[in-house]
Design a protein around this ligand. Structure first.
Ligand code: GLU
Length: 547
């Protein structure tokens, strides 16, 4: 068969370059030996999830701890799944978590020498290589219809054989020249398939950068490399792109492991040295005692938007993911509590080989710790940013008074005292936590543990003596006096020695004041809270709190 003629008929484009030219157009990168070139290669579906962030962090760390490059490539070969604004959303979401690309789609960078970074814009490159494979007898047109493929599949299923287009089932592999030209003349749609030379009885050891040595069975499937719309499949496009963009390490989800044999053969057929591959394990969660994969349908926490809307502290999410990525990161943070996570020596081969457990409780704990380390001013900025995007109109009004909020935060975070408090976990929760400092959002439930006479006695009594000029100990002395007047023990020790003689201890009396002023039996230092609220508002609340 005249393969050159066939290639020209199937790929008639008059403006294709010679494949070898691309080696000159995309020369090796000027990076140091050992520098990793990594990429995030999402499809623009608009759904950016924790798995993307997890991979992106591994990519970014590998590149930036070795003096390499991390770039963004958009795998948009499937037009149907494309969503407007998806690329911007990937960039924005990752930026929120402090992850930046060095080059790539929509990235303004002088390094953008390996583009275009949208696969649809690279069609000419792919087509040049498909043409080459046809000329070399490593690819052929397939005219099978969807119905014929269904029939093949049904037969294979019935015979309990592997499904797919291979061996004797690969009908179009053996079409005569005459049949091919006849089909083309009749205008039958076709795809281009790889002519596999593999044998599934041959097994090879493959070194995965995370999973170590794994046994890989040779591919024998004649996979589609160019679809009938002239656009390549992911398999083919990624091989070309990672070669010409000089990716050294492909970090991707383990769902791609089953395609690895195809990818190895594609690189061989194209004459390319494959990059190293690192297949990350899936993110799992505990659900009713069993471990399962995080699912888009069941788990809102899979979406990155969830973290932004809930106002997670970005650094906390990143640090949490670092603990999932490298199990020794946690140990490192214990030794370097204030260290920058970027100083940790991230190692791809230290990543877990199987199911990484995602633990929201642990993330929350890290989030509380990280927020407790910042200043009240920085916390104001963080909360205010969330408020401006997700807050209620009342939140927006409250946050205009920065001085008042910073005062509250100094108290809630314990920044003035010796010991930092860890009350703020996320922006959303933090903003709700301080609602009681504002009259329009103060909605107490007044869950008192004492009868009306006692509650009213304490509240009336304290209203009469309260003076905002009192310091903490003067304030407390007054609480004791009012407690005592109302049947409580002024000293805890007295109460313990003879509980039957009192209604409760001074702390129980103070709880009545606390409930009236804050709406809750638990709060930071009440004397300071009353000081922040000011005399008029504090007194109003004491009186309003009466039963
Ligand atoms: N486009 C593929 C995906 O979104 C990328 C896989 C890869 O990283 O090679 O899953």
């Amino acid at each position: 068969m005249d393969l050159k003629k066939l290639a020209k008929t199937l790929i008639p484009d008059g403006d294709l370059r010679e494949p070898a030219e691309y080696e000159t157009i995309y020369p090796p990168r000027a990076v140091e030996k050992g520098a990793e070139v990594t990429r995030l290669a999402p499809s623009p579906t608009g759904f950016i999830h924790l798995g993307n962030l997890y991979s992106a962090l591994a990519d970014e760390r590998c590149a930036h701890t070795t003096g390499g490059t991390f770039y963004l490539r958009i795998e948009d070969t499937d037009e149907k799944r494309k969503v407007e604004g998806a690329v911007e959303s990937v960039i924005r979401s990752l930026k929120y978590f402090g992850i930046k690309f060095d080059e790539g789609a929509e990235i303004d960078s002088p390094l953008n020498n390996y583009g275009p970074y949208y696969q649809r814009q690279r069609a000419k490159i792919y087509r040049a290589f498909v043409k080459k494979l046809i000329e070399e007898g490593r690819a052929y047109p397939c005219f099978c219809t969807a119905e014929q493929l269904d029939e093949i599949r049904a037969k294979q299923t019935e015979n309990k054989e592997t499904t797919g287009y291979y061996g004797g089932y690969a009908k179009c592999r053996n079409l005569s020249e005459e049949e091919i030209y006849k089909n083309i003349a009749e205008g039958k749609p076709f795809v281009i398939r790889l002519k596999s030379l593999g044998d599934i009885n041959n097994k090879k050891i493959f070194r995965d950068a995370i999973k170590g040595d794994i046994t890989v069975t040779e591919n024998d499937q004649d996979v589609v490399i160019l679809k009938s719309d002239g656009i390549p499949t992911y398999h083919f496009a990624h091989a070309i792109d990672d070669h010409f963009m000089h990716t050294t390490l492909v970090i991707r989800g383990e769902e791609w492991l089953s395609s690895l044999p195809v990818h190895i053969e594609l690189h061989e057929a194209l004459g390319f040295k494959p990059p190293r591959y690192a297949h990350t394990c899936s993110l799992m969660k505990m659900d009713g005692g069993t471990k399962r994969k995080l699912s888009k349908r069941k788990d809102p926490e899979l979406s990155l938007d969830y973290y932004r809307k809930a106002g997670y502290f970005p650094l906390a999410v990143v640090k949490y993911l670092m603990t999932v990525l490298n199990s020794n990161f946690e140990e490192w943070t214990l030794k370097n509590p204030d260290g920058d996570y970027r100083d940790f020596k991230f190692k791809i081969d230290k990543m877990g080989k199987s199911g990484a457990l995602f633990d929201l409780d642990k993330l929350n704990e890290i989030s509380r710790t990280e927020i407790s380390k910042i200043s009240a001013e920085d916390c104001y900025a963080f909360l205010n940013e969330w408020v401006s995007e997700f807050g209620t109109p009342a939140d927006i009004t409250h946050f205009k008074d920065k001085e008042y909020i910073v005062k509250i935060l100094n108290l809630v975070m314990g920044t003035g005292g010796k010991k930092r408090r860890k009350d703020i976990e996320r922006a959303e929760q933090g903003v709700r936590l301080i609602d009681y400092f504002f009259d329009d959002t103060f909605s107490p439930e007044y869950a008192y543990r004492f009868d009306a006479a006692t509650v009213n006695g304490v509240l009336n009594g304290f209203t009469q003596v309260y003076d905002p000029a009192d310091d903490n100990s003067q304030w407390f002395a007054k609480v004791k006096a009012v407690a005592s007047e109302n049947g409580f023990a002024a000293e805890t020790g007295d109460y313990k020695a003879n509980p039957a003689a009192y209604k409760g201890s001074v702390s129980d009396a103070a709880e009545i004041l606390r409930v009236a002023v804050t709406g809750s039996p638990n709060s930071p230092d009440l004397c300071t809270i009353m000081g922040i609220l000011g005399k008029r508002r504090a007194t109003e609340r004491l009186l309003k709190g009466r039963k």
